[in-house]
Design a protein around this ligand. Sequence first.
Ligand code: PA5
Length: 462
Amino acid sequence: MPTLDYGSMLKGVLGEDAGLDPDRLSQDLSERFTKAHADVEARRASEEMGFFQLPDDRALLAATREAADTFGQWFETVVVIGIGGSSLGTATLRESLLGSGWNELDAEAREHYPRLFVLENPDPHSFSGLLSRLDLRRTLFNVVSKSGSTAETMAQFMVVWGLLEEAIGADKVHGHFLFTTSPDSGALRQLASDLGIPTLPIPDNVGGRFSVLSPVGLLPAAVTGIDVEAMLRGAGEMVKRCESATLTENPAGLLATLLHAADTELGAHIHVLMPYADRLRSLALWFQQLWAESLGKGVARSGERVEVGPTPLPAVGATDQHSQVQLFMEGPRDKVLVFVGVENGGDPVHIPTIFPDVGAFSYLGGHSLGELLDAERRATAEALRRGGRPSMTITLDRVDARSVGALFMLFQIATVYGGALYGVNPLDQPGVELGKELTYGLMGRAGYPPPELPSPDPRWRA
Ligand code: PA5
């Protein structure tokens, strides 16, 4: 199970002029968290936060498994079409638990589980690039959209539908689709019932970016042989660990409270998530959406105009030591880092004891690549600490289904605590609406007049 080290957020450990006073963990920070915890518990009790219940939802798991077992046998490739909360969790699952090379493996090496692709951005270049490599006759398209109307997802779905009609005939197309959508509303749900397309539900009280442990992530995971039981078990264990209203006993509470204080009191507005594992690179992107879309808000729940929110920044170690770490070490003191380290990072790759006379690198011989990666994580955290720059470290025993499930839940719970601490609603995203409406207008949707866009002024064109 993941552990959280937070000493390097505290005065004394960080130096006398930096960090948060450790006594505050049992004083005002503790009180602040207790209130946030009570607020979240109340919203959870009123069933607004359905993601807490997903690890125990056996019926949803059984329905997902049944669909996965059926489709897993028929198709060589599964393509998820979705965006935002409907795609980032699946990308994280694929990279962390199947490995980035999964789709290049032959069927035997994949134990005959399907390849898994995600169509997210409606960029014609990536869309056509993927479609031209697929055998449509052997591909299942899992269209994932809670609203059932997201333009990017629906546009790609429509193109795929048209291509399938040409390739296999209109009467067979519906057999290549599975919709994951709202249980009772939206155009996708309607289409499914009109055309007899199988569906899986996203519970009404589970928002897009909190949906990875619903059929949104479970179907692609189960169909590719990921141990979904272990993933839900890890998530359930994390729910239990985060039940305490005592700050120092609640890892999600500590994460949220310390990051909130770093933003609002230490000026650390930029929250960097930096796993030291390529497999967790996508996790940092998933976290970025969760943190940004949930906490970046203009209006508080009280109705007051606030314009708050930390800026999440993904990074990956050790690669970013040769890119962003210079900025983290010496640039503005507006960042706090959350490192993710892995104790057992995979098959050990030993570095041979050769070139004994080349002092510049002979010292590496006899170690392993994993040892080097972990030493770099510890060294970077220590270098930041010496510079009085705050950080925390989450450590996993290994990257497996249980620990990834636990991590998802840890960040989701921290996010809803974050909402309570900032005084905003972490479950909505009103700021994306205007852009959507203007897009509808530009694309000619009925009821949305074409917007007047200022034409580019030649005086301001270089
Ligand atoms: O977190 C969210 O609610 C959003 O990021 C959605 O997941 C995203 O906009 C996609 O929405 P939908 O699933 O309705 O297509």
